[in-house]
Write a protein of this length. Structure first.
Length: 286
């Protein structure tokens, strides 16, 4: 048995709040975050990741989306639960009542959950900012700033819009594509694509591709319809993904609460880890 510090401490003074064992909390949060990273890697490897950079990820079947949701919930519950369990299991024993012990351990489990959630949000924010910076050019022709955020949603629609068919008079540059993308994004608004923007887009296609006015108008009509469908799919997918993440996170809080309570019971000898074998894990205190 490895015991760092005393097994027990005196009962807390009446009205004095029980302090949180931060060393045990951070140890549990680190281990839980590591397990979450491994489970996410497995999910991506077997095709159950909740997001993808592939242009066809929005066309996944309902069964695959449902399995991804289940896997996300299970992995989140297991990660949060294991981190909270470890934090309670390695904590220091305190001579308090059973109710106070359960409250203390469950609170520490929620602190582990909060640290892991904030760390995940911070990493996602930093990672998204870095990917956005790398994926878009900073300037266009004449130093003009460009925006190609829509490339991730309607990139194929932009390709179809500017196909020359052997009659192209010029090659569309980054700014031209970005300008067309911003126009196509308005198709999903309440007012839809305005007639002025549609006329401008048609003339832009005529100039770049060398098509006739009628051919350019037909192509613009087809691309506008396709772009609206893809934008709507992306919006619906984003809503579903946000709901899945929120659900998994809330269920992870419940898992952390109960796992911390179980870890505290086993730490204090109230119950064995494997009752059938009569075995208890070695006591490691922080």
């Amino acid at each position: 048995m490895v015991d760092i510090g005393a097994d027990t401490a005196g009962p807390p003074a009446e009205g004095f709040p029980i302090s949180i064992a931060w060393s045990a909390v951070f140890a549990g949060a680190v281990c839980g975050a590591g397990l979450a990273l491994v489970l996410d890697a497995f999910g991506a490897a077997i095709g159950l990741a909740v997001s993808s950079t592939a242009p066809t990820w929005r066309d996944a079947s309902f069964a695959l989306a449902f399995l991804s949701c289940i896997y996300l919930i299970l992995s989140a519950s297991l990660s949060y639960g294991s981190g909270a369990y470890l934090a309670a299991r390695v904590g220091r024993r305190i001579s308090i009542t059973a109710e106070e012990r359960e409250s203390r351990d469950a609170t520490q489990g929620l602190v582990v959950w909060g640290i892991m959630t904030l760390a995940t949000a911070l990493m996602l924010t930093v990672g998204s900012a870095g990917l956005s910076h790398l994926s878009a050019p900073s300037t266009g022709p004449s130093g003009l700033s460009t925006s190609v955020t829509a490339e991730n949603i309607i990139a194929f629609d932009l390709d179809k819009l500017f196909r020359g068919g052997g009659r192209s008079t010029e090659t569309p540059n980054a700014y031209t594509r970005a300008e067309a993308a911003r126009i196509l994004l308005t198709t999903s608004s309440h007012r839809g694509l305005s007639s002025d923007d549609k006329t401008y887009l048609t003339r832009l296609v005529e100039r770049v591709t060398g098509l006739t006015s009628a051919e350019a108008q037909t192509r613009v009509n087809n691309v506008v319809k396709s772009a609206k469908q893809n934008i709507d799919r992306a919006r619906n997918s984003a809503v579903i993904l946000a709901f899945m993440i929120a659900t998994a996170t809330l269920l992870g809080a419940l898992a952390a609460w109960f796992a911390a309570d179980i870890g505290g019971r086993q730490r204090d000898g109230v119950e064995s880890i494997w009752p059938e074998a009569g075995w208890s894990a070695p006591s490691i205190r922080f």
